[in-house]
Design a binder for this molecule. Sequence first.
Ligand SMILES: Cc1ncc(COP(=O)(O)O)c(C=O)c1O
Length: 326
Amino acid sequence: MKKSIHAFNSIKTTHLAPLNTPIHRLSLSLDTITEISGLYCKRDDFIGPLVWGNKLRKLEYTFAEALKQGADTIITTGGMQSNHARTTAQTAVQLGLKVILVLNGEFPDPPVANFLVNRKLGVEIHAVRDRSERMPKMLELKSSLEQEGRKVYIIPLGASDEFGTLGFVNAVQELKKQEEELDVEFDHIFHASSSGGTQGGLVLGKKLFGLKARIIGISVDSSVKELQASVLQAVRPIEKRIEMSHPVTTKDIEVDTQYIGEGYGIPSTASIEAEKLFAMKTGILLDQTYSAKAAAAVIDYYMKGLLKPDDKVLFWHTGGTIGIFQ
Ligand SMILES: Cc1ncc(COP(=O)(O)O)c(C=O)c1O
């Protein structure tokens, strides 16, 4: 593994923000469980003031690749309130690049949350009706911009490809050091999962850096099969690039779809409850459609006895806090 770790650490990044986020021990009690002693939170909501967030982990690698390819224009996509798209827009503006967003859904009126930030940034936004129209629209824009002589780089949904995913491999390296510092070895990690880059980075990082924890992706939209396919698609080129001897298999990609509720971007009863509990008992703010769905899973696992009160559990707060301003 030493050779692969060295190869991984030789990959260039564009430094965007301090990423060494704290791990906080949470004191939480649930109706039937008086004391949970082993619950911790990885505070990726600490990356940047409010409107940045943990997508910067991925974008450090993504923008390094885009700049290496000489891009002067970035196009990316997501839902109308995509955290990824908004963070990409902020980063591109910061780096002096033109950025175009292709977002599915209706423009919110009045503008709120991520969409409001995009408006403040003054970036070009194209609305499409549904997910299937996103890629064709991006390709159409790319080709017309190239005719004008621009060098366009398309960042795929969630930056969950062989570049963005590296950000969460690196996050595992960070976590391993923190486990040593805190003298804790986590048994379980829970995180919100959608386009696969977060989970892909974590499962590959687990193999690369010898993490013990079982990683459970709490899906906010995709089926188990879809998420496993996205993860494998993202990690395979990385495994090749850094010559990993033990590739990720579908068995490594644990996905729980029970907390999606009515679907992507729609709060569920459990996520609204989880948001309330976390805010009132821990001071941690969660958005209702990503991180609160993962938090709802953590609570439910304790309630069902699938987690013991003293198991070492890491709830990975994946950011998106701006979603509370909807
Ligand atoms: C706050 C938040 N958490 C989790 C995720 C899921 O990450 P991924 O798309 O890498 O699976 C997203 C994706 O946009 C997100 O915005």
